[in-house]
Design a protein around this ligand. Structure first.
Ligand code: SF4
Length: 422
């Protein structure tokens, strides 16, 4: 009971979920006195002075993050409508360059790692990125310590920064247009254009890159097969751009990798009301792209539709799905992230055991009147804002980066984040 009094702490057993006959949630009500009706997220207001690890355990074995991971800032203001992190980690809170250089020097000294990863939700948006990469390149290039950046935004791909960071190690180049046409990129509010992709890849090929990875999603709201053809067109455009840069020739090492993941509707996003495509439709769309991208210079990777299906069930699941996860585990489901271990029948058995339907969770359009199992959690961004954004998406309408113009998502009005929006 004492813990429940700490701001930001949520104890599910102190809240009862009441269901309607149609299995939707009627309401979620506290079953104890003196606990918040809507517990809200807790955030770090002062990213500058919050204690950050300076001494890390360095394992003997190879690990996923075998490098120094330097978090530049928290939050993102781009407003992509499928992105949960972009909504729930608002507002933006940057660390100063002084704090970051002090931290990275200690981390490199204490770990001996030979790579620094500049991490955040949108690293190329860090306001002092040029100064920071200058500092790191000048200080660490001679020591053979490299810098890596996660996928770069196309609209502010900086040639200068790319040139600098490739001095030690030429890491692969990854861009995430997410959708194949401008119409659909506006629907998801990605804020990048075909021209951005063309100029970014042209710059990269002129600088000596011979391969590029392009990330997309399929099954997005309002998507048509024209949008899928748009993905193929972008990939072929990239080949043409490379030919232009290299007098019509394609070097042996040249390649374009196209990766598509399947759209999973996420809570607290403008797209939380949308269903996921049925697996057969996802497979048809993947087959369509396999045909369209049949080319020796293009590699096409796509996510297994069955794992994406269970992601959609769990993503918008209610408490009853907790029991499904437990029962699936008891039925030997584990390491499901790896498709060779994943078995949909096990999950179907666990769903049936709990009298629940995959369709209900994954493929059902939700109405604005429906109560979501997460509506009693307050993340600062309001449902009103999410509905507004979803309605705008239906009109292919865009919302600009809120560093330039506030779109009143609710964060600046909330007690826990008041005064943090710049
Ligand atoms: S209140 Fe405005 S400025 Fe602040 S995060 Fe929301 S949209 Fe951005």
């Amino acid at each position: 009971m004492q813990i429940s009094k700490i701001e930001g702490v949520y104890i599910p057993s102190f809240y009862d979920v009441i269901y309607n006959e149609d299995n939707t949630v009627k309401e979620v009500v506290p079953n104890k006195e003196d606990i918040p009706k809507r517990p809200h997220k807790r955030i770090i207001r002062d990213m500058e002075n919050v204690p950050s690890p300076e001494k890390l355990i360095v394992p003997y074995i190879e690990t996923v993050h075998n490098r120094v991971v330097l978090e530049l800032f928290r939050g993102c203001t781009r407003g992509c409508r499928f992105c949960q992190a972009g909504m729930i980690y608002r507002p933006i809170r940057e660390k100063s360059i002084e704090r970051l250089t002090e931290l990275v020097d200690k981390l490199i000294k204490n770990t001996g790692y030979d790579e620094i990863s500049l991490s955040s939700l949108s690293t190329s948006d860090y306001s002092k990125l040029t100064e920071l990469t200058d500092y790191l390149v000048n200080k660490y290039t001679d020591k053979n310590i490299g810098i890596s950046l996660p996928s770069l935004r196309l609209d502010n791909f900086s040639m200068e920064i790319a040139e600098k960071i490739q001095q030690v190690r030429k890491s692969g180049l990854t861009f995430a247009p997410e959708a194949g046409t401008q119409r659909l990129r506006d629907v998801i509010n990605k804020g990048v254009s075909e021209q951005d992709l063309k100029s970014a890849t042209k710059k990269a090929f002129e600088m000596g890159w011979n391969s590029v990875k392009l990330y997309f999603m399929i099954g997005l709201p309002t998507e048509t097969y024209d949008d899928l053809d748009g993905i193929a067109n972008l990939a072929y455009n990239v080949i043409d751009i490379y030919r232009d840069v290299h007098d019509g020739k394609l070097k042996r090492s040249f390649s374009v990798t196209v990766s598509t993941s399947t759209f999973v509707p996420k809570p607290f996003t403008p797209f939380q009301w949308h269903p996921q495509d049925r697996s057969e439709e996802v497979v048809n769309k993947q087959k369509h792209l396999i045909k369209k991208l049949k080319n020796k210079d293009i590699k096409y990777n796509y996510h297994d539709s069955q794992t994406s299906l269970m992601e959609a069930v769990i993503s918008r699941g209610d408490r009853r799905i907790g029991k499904v996860i437990y029962d699936a585990f008891k039925l030997c489901a584990k390491f499901d992230g790896w498709s060779e271990y994943f078995n949909l029948d096990t999950w179907k058995e666990a769903m049936a055991k709990n009298n629940l339907s995959i369709d209900f969770y994954a493929h059902r359009q939700r109405s604005y009147e429906e109560v979501f199992p997460w509506d009693h959690i307050d993340v600062g961004v309001t449902k009103k804002f999410l509905i507004r954004e979803n309605e705008k998406a239906k009109e292919n309408g865009v919302t600009v980066d809120c560093r330039h113009k506030c779109s009143a998502c609710g964060i600046s009005a909330h007690n826990m984040t008041k005064g943090l929006c710049k």
